[in-house]
Design a protein around this ligand. Sequence first.
Ligand code: 5AD
Ligand code: SF4
Length: 482
Amino acid sequence: MHNSVPVMEPDRQYYYMDRCKELVLELKKNKDVMTYSVVTFGCQMNAHDSDKLKGILEMIGFEEVEGENADFVIFNTCTVRENANKKLYGHLGHLKSLKKKKPNMIIALCGCMMQEPHVVETIKSKYKIVDIVFGTHNIYKLAELIFNRLSTGERIFEILDKSYDTVEKLPQKRKYSFKSGVNIMYGCNNFCSYCIVPYVRGREKSRPAEDILAEIRDISTKGVKEVMLLGQNVNSYGQIYNYEDGKIVRVPENEKVTFPELLTMVCQIDGIERVRFMTSHPKDLSDELIQVMAREPKVCKHIHLPVQSGSTDILGKMNRRYTKEQYLDLVEKIRQAMPDVSITTDIIVGFPGESEEDFLETLDVVKKVEYDQAYTFIYSKRTGTPASIMDNQVPESEVKERFNRLLATVNEISYKRVGRYENVIKDVLVEEINHQDKELVTGRTEENITVHFKGDSSLIGSIIPVKLLSCKGFYYLGEREL
Ligand code: 5AD
Ligand code: SF4
């Protein structure tokens, strides 16, 4: 006899993990191993969520395999651009034939795309091979959903409209034992007019600083040396803790912890040697943050500062709340405090109404800032966002032509920027044996530049000085400094 189901989280999920473990053991009577595969699309947030899904799946007795031919396959989806959606349907087509051969296979979908009602309708009616569907607000419930599926045989759909609970302290599987993402906030309140994130990830909500610090202290004792603090807009950290009946519960003034304060506290944790964060919205990046970055040796001198467009007019239509000049001034301020800082960005080409002149403003920003790397995107119309109903959508051929021009400029500049480290000695956190050449190891500098150099597996997880010898575009070949 089982005890009654706990109501409180995370106890309830630990209960379901135990129950699933029994069911998986039962299934293992016919097979040696029960395998799983988590396929992740999209950003760092999703990658971090996938580590949580993997933690739960391992806890209940599944073993990870590469590819999609597993007993349990889950897709953690992204919907930030239309092509991400198309990719998922492509994969599902392939799984249809796999499942024909392996009818007991369980297929689950979760993540941002599942927060869109029209997607869920399509899955319900056209993709009967899918067994479990859930969204961004209940990923912690994976064990309970699997249990429901296995014990009832029904298809399970559970999509919530917002986060009722932030359930933490669940298992997590890290790809690398020495580095980890850490959520500091969830959701986004910025409503950039092209962006679907605020609709699918919900309202901005910060985790209390003491919870974040406790988590980082805990993982540092397990060998984590590098943490990446994750949020859609880390600079507004600490303003809103929760919502009650739809009303914002602001943090009382005397209890507020700002992002720079949090960053300082994270740096004080023993064992943590590198601290990164992502993403910064230029509109509220404070002087205090720049000072902390410049002062704290553990904070990586790399800042991802999405500009999106160089045209003040387009920035206004995007609801970004800064002008071209304000952005350039901010970059200037950052460079003055940290002359060697690496700056990366995101740029959208072809936002509705973008003229050739607007586009030239974007090129101008790229040339003035000289980004170490820029991620370039063709504007993608997302249903439900204000931009999707704006006039003057730019013709595809024009957008493509601009995109190619932008890419050529961005690549030329970043090659030059990244090349400035030739013959410089940099600390590298060694991540793995090189995939192509087993004599080499691969690691990253604080600027996030990949470096390959001669070494063996004993170096994995250590931070060691490496001379960067030749720049190959986005990566270096180097030599260990002894
Ligand atoms: N179309 C194209 N790019 C987009 N991004 C967000 N929404 C869209 C869209 N509708 C880009 C932005 C953001 C990055 C994560 O994705 O540049 O910074
Ligand atoms: Fe989207 Fe803007 Fe929020 Fe980033 S800050 S997630 S671009 S709405």
